[in-house]
Structure formats: structure tokens, C-alpha cells
Design a protein around this ligand. Structure first.
Ligand code: CMP
Length: 137
């Protein structure tokens, strides 16, 4: 089924000059990027986007990390893209993410509380709809 998903290149991906490499991997896979913009997210937006993480011990550092610079915000389209993009990204912790994935190839852990992992992808159809509406109002 053709799906849409929200894709983010997080501030560490932008600062480290990985936008081109990440977009290249999306396009090489065959997914379409149907919308794209750069924004520095507000805390209000992040509280909604990360609603399930609010209150976790790492949440304040997650917000600082996500507000530390511009984020590339994209809508990706393709058959089963929600799962496909999460497979391309690799698992959350970049130390454990498999080689061949974006997080596995381009990411690592750094000192500090925030887990910087370069990219985000919606985890379900309902999250994709919710997140696309939040970031593209
Ligand atoms: P992501 O899975 O895209 O969305 C939630 C983010 O919270 C996750 O990426 C990490 O950046 C961060 N995160 C999740 N779990 C932890 C953790 N245990 N410690 C620090 N940061 C985390």
C-alpha cells in the first residue's frame, strides 16, 4: 500500500553535513520526497511530536538537542515506506544500529545525555498522519 511518512534529518545530521548523503539514500531506495523544508522546532511542537517521551529522564536533553539547530522536515511516499524508512534508518541507538543503515554507518554515541541519531521516522500509519499534520500545518 502506498503510504506517507514523516522523515526528519535531526540537527546533528545537518551540522555534520550529512543531508546530501541521507537524501541520496532515500532517493536511491526509490522513495519519493513530496515535501521538504528546514525549521528550528519550537518546544511546543516537540512536546506534541514527542508526547510519549515527555517526563522521561532524558526528555529535557532530547528537547535541547532537537532545538540546537535546523531540522530537515520531509514527507516521504512509497509502498510500505513506514517500515522501509525505519529499516533504512536502523535502530535507535547508533552504536547498536547495523552497518548499512543510516544510523549504523553515519552515527555513533557521544558524551552527554541526548542520544543523537541523525534521523526520525514515524512508527505507524496513525503516527505518520499525526506527525505530518503537526510539522506541515
Ligand atoms: P527517536 O526514536 O527518533 O525518537 C525519540 C528519541 O528520544 C530517540 O530518537 C532518541 O533521540 C531519544 N531517546 C530515546 N531513548 C533514549 C534514551 N534512553 N536516552 C536518551 N535519549 C533517548
Amino acid at each position: 500500500m502506498t503510504e506517507r511518512t514523516l522523515m526528519l534529518i535531526k540537527p546533528d545530521g545537518v551540522k555534520r553535513g550529512k543531508m546530501g548523503e541521507i537524501i541520496r539514500r532515500i532517493e536511491n531506495k526509490g522513495y519519493q520526497i513530496s515535501a521538504m523544508k528546514m525549521v528550528v522546532p519550537t518546544e511546543e511542537l516537540l512536546n506534541l511530536h514527542y508526547a510519549e517521551h515527555v517526563g522521561k529522564p532524558y526528555y529535557p536533553s532530547l528537547v535541547n538537542y532537537m532545538m540546537s539547530g535546523p531540522v530537515v522536515v520531509m514527507i516521504g511516499e512509497g509502498t510500505n515506506i513506514i517500515l522501509g524508512w525505519r529499516t533504512l534508518m536502523g535502530e535507535t541507538n547508533p552504536t547498536k544500529a547495523a552497518p548499512g543503515t543510516i544510523r549504523g554507518d553515519l552515527g555513533r554515541e557521544w558524551d552527554g545525555e541526548a542520544m543523537m541519531n541523525l534521523v526520525h521516522g514515524s512508527d505507524s500509519l496513525s503516527s505518520a498522519k499525526r506527525e505530518i499534520n503537526l510539522w506541515f500545518t
